[in-house]
Design a protein around this ligand. Structure first.
Ligand code: MG
Ligand code: ZN
Length: 350
């Protein structure tokens, strides 16, 4: 009996310590515009969400340096650098000074890095993890900085911005990595050390129409990045939850949350097997002031919804975490705490 108790206590201690360890790999999932109602609607429609596999939950405040209501550029900067900046600004402090981001810290540690999104790679959320630009509107400048970066996996849309006649960046990318321009080419990628997929001229369509799903992008990104014995950082974005929110389109909003959740599942599958991977799932802000007003849990339907308006709100967003390092995300955190903590983990990882 005493022996059994000791074994139980030991197992408990190992489990607790496991959650306090510094992770070797970090996968950050961002549902753009995914507030608590968006997650709830996804759950009603899907039944059980992959996100629910996470034992740690928290809430995140999202305001920016100059506004209670953040935009995706300032929010991405807070998550990637741990510093709040002005709305519209990417990877620069309010005074215009460049801020080192989690990808740059990971590269310094010899880790592989990547982004996988369902929007143009030049759009605010992915760009906020790579570039240092005063305005999110400068797509050509952003494409230039992305092409010049050392990021190992670049999956998304935005081919046009890398293919501008006066400023072509595609040859630069092709010189240093395998580049897929179609779904067929994407599926032939194999596992090179570095790869890009520019699958759409600008943005992909909504989930049902996408030739390559976010889950496929996530799986391939993990396959490629996990070859690095030093570990990796990957950011995956469910980019269009936000866009459906701006349009007050509940049907596509819910479909995008469910699609994002499928991708989350592949990240958690890897983390469960790998044991050295921290998975964080959160949002950059809420969009629309979305509310669920009627439907059926039994029939998995959401019939009646409301939106306050067609823009972002300042509501706290949910956070889910799994794996080594996850417990520190419990409670109410600011978006900058997520960036600071990821950077601390990367700096202290072996
Ligand atoms: Mg976004
Ligand atoms: Zn938005």
């Amino acid at each position: 009996m005493k022996k059994l108790l000791t074994i139980c206590l030991l197992a408990f201690a190992i489990t607790v310590c496991a959650e306090d360890r510094v992770p070797k790999n970090i996968i950050l999932f961002i549902g753009d515009g995914m507030g608590l109602s968006q997650v709830t609607a996804g759950k009603v429609a899907k039944g059980k969400l992959e996100m629910e596999r996470c034992p740690v939950t928290g809430l995140v405040t999202t305001w920016s340096d100059d506004s209670l209501v953040t935009d995706s550029a300032a929010a991405a900067t807070a998550l990637s650098t741990g510093v709040k900046t002005r709305n519209g600004s990417l990877g620069l402090a309010p005074d215009g000074k460049p801020l080192k981001n989690v990808i740059e810290y990971a590269e310094e540690k010899g880790k592989s890095t990547g982004v996988a999104v369902v929007c143009s790679l030049t759009h605010a959320t992915p760009a906020g993890f790579i570039v240092h630009v005063l305005s999110r509107k400068l797509d050509s400048e952003i494409a230039g900085q992305i092409a010049a970066s050392d990021v190992d996996v670049l999956f998304g849309g935005g081919l046009n911005y890398f293919n501008m006649t006066n400023n072509p960046r595609l040859p630069e990318l092709q010189k240093k990595m395998t580049v897929a321009l179609t779904a067929g080419e994407f599926r032939q990628l194999g596992t090179p050390e570095k790869a890009a997929a520019l699958l759409y001229p600008v943005h992909p369509p909504y989930a049902a129409e996408r030739a390559v799903s976010l889950r496929e992008l996530t799986e391939k990104a993990i396959q490629i990045l996990s070859q690095d014995k030093d570990g990796f950082f990957l950011m995956v974005e469910g980019s269009q939850i936000d866009w459906a929110g701006h349009k007050n389109d509940a049907t596509n909003l819910i479909a995008e949350v469910v699609d994002f959740d499928h991708a989350v599942g592949s990240g958690l599958d890897f983390a469960e097997k790998n044991g050295e991977t921290l998975v964080i799932i959160t949002a950059d802000h809420e969009t629309g002031g979305f509310a669920l007003l009627g439907g059926s849990v039994e029939h998995k339907t959401v019939d009646k919804t409301g939106f306050v308006h067609g823009n972002h709100t300042a509501s706290m967003v949910p956070l889910f975490a799994y794996g080594p390092g996850s417990t520190v995300f419990s409670g109410i955190r600011d978006n900058t705490d997520i960036g600071k903590t990821m950077i601390r983990f990367i700096q202290t990882s072996e």
